[in-house]
Design a protein around this ligand. Structure first.
Ligand SMILES: [Zn+2]
Length: 89
């Protein structure tokens, strides 16, 4: 079965990344000339795994509501490790 893979540049650190478009974490951001800047009124833009992990830690520290799907133990595996999955036989 073919997986849809989203190739994008992280809205937070601008590194190119791959993710599952259904599961990727995103933040509200706005394109500002040459880069994304956080903007509560902006559209949601995808972020990479390392930024998503930092965001999750901040949410835990600040006791903000974390989406149920993100709390699942294998969330990062399923959202960001798509290529590895496809290499498993
Ligand atoms: Zn990033």
């Amino acid at each position: 079965m073919a997986h849809a893979i989203l190739a994008f540049c992280c809205a937070a650190c601008f590194m190119p990344a791959l993710a599952n478009p259904m599961l990727v974490m995103s933040i509200p951001a706005r394109w500002h000339g040459t880069e994304y800047v956080p903007d509560p009124d902006g559209s949601r833009e995808p972020i990479c795994e390392s930024c998503a992990r930092q965001l999750l830690q901040r949410f835990e520290r600040d006791r903000l509501p974390i989406p149920k799907i993100v709390r699942e133990a294998d969330y990062f595996e399923r959202a960001y490790h798509i290529a590895h999955d496809q290499q498993d036989s």
